[in-house]
Ligand binder design. Structure first.
Ligand SMILES: CC(C)(COP(=O)(O)OP(=O)(O)OC[C@H]1O[C@@H](n2cnc3c(N)ncnc32)[C@H](O)[C@@H]1OP(=O)(O)O)[C@@H](O)C(=O)NCCC(=O)NCCS
Length: 171
């Protein structure tokens, strides 16, 4: 569990399925993620939570971001392996940080606050570099990268078989 001034980052449980389904069934959340497909059924959220719970890694985690004062779930923070292009999803060797918040939680600085904490966690755990990639049109996410001090490296096609804006952070 990680804590910030306003937030708690904790493990997901199956009790979070309604929230995850609500968040990922929204076009405005999914439009810059992968192919942009929205969830159609709650069962997809359950399967995703089951996959997340199988991730056992000393540094990589997928956290639920909760507002500490009222335990309201706001979204997800990810620190995970990023797949290389042209490999059918094989790991590139790099670690990416990512964030998906429910639209009701946008505009309060929660994503940046949680992401800054996860970046600190990553470097305390010994990572030498963390990358973030965004769809070139996803200016909100690029702003999060900049707010937490990541450097813009231009565009890359090295990951996810697509062209992304690349941001990097080092300790
Ligand atoms: C990307 C995403 C997480 C950004 O959320 P966000 O709320 O804009 O980001 P932040 O947490 O940094 O908040 C910054 C906003 O909060 C405002 N804010 C209010 N109080 C604040 C505070 N105490 N501290 C910092 N910012 C604050 C800022 O002014 C800014 O608003 P603005 O964009 O209107 O200028 C969100 O758009 C999202 O979940 N999108 C869908 C998923 C997605 O695309 N993820 C990224 C894939 S690469």
């Amino acid at each position: 569990m990680l804590e910030t001034e306003r937030l708690t980052l904790r493990t997901w449980t199956l009790r979070d399925a309604d929230f995850v389904f609500d968040m990922y069934s929204r076009h405005e959340v999914r439009r810059y993620i992968g192919r942009g497909d929205v969830m159609q059924e709650r069962e997809e959220a359950v399967r995703l939570l089951e996959r997340w719970s199988e991730l056992q890694h000393p540094i990589h985690h997928i956290w639920a971001v909760e507002r500490t004062v009222d335990e309201r779930v706001l979204g997800v923070l990810l620190l995970k392996s990023i797949p290389a292009s042209g490999t059918d999803g094989a790991p590139s060797g790099d670690t990416e940080i990512g964030w998906h918040l429910h639209p009701d939680a946008w505009g309060h600085g929660y994503a940046s606050e949680a992401a800054a904490r996860v970046l600190r966690f990553a470097f305390e755990a010994g990572l030498e570099k963390v990358v973030a990639v965004t769809n070139p049109a996803n200016t909100a996410s690029q702003s999060v990268c900049r707010r937490i001090g990541m450097r813009h490296k231009g565009q890359t096609d090295a990951y996810y078989d697509t062209i992304c804006e690349l941001f990097e952070a080092t300790p």
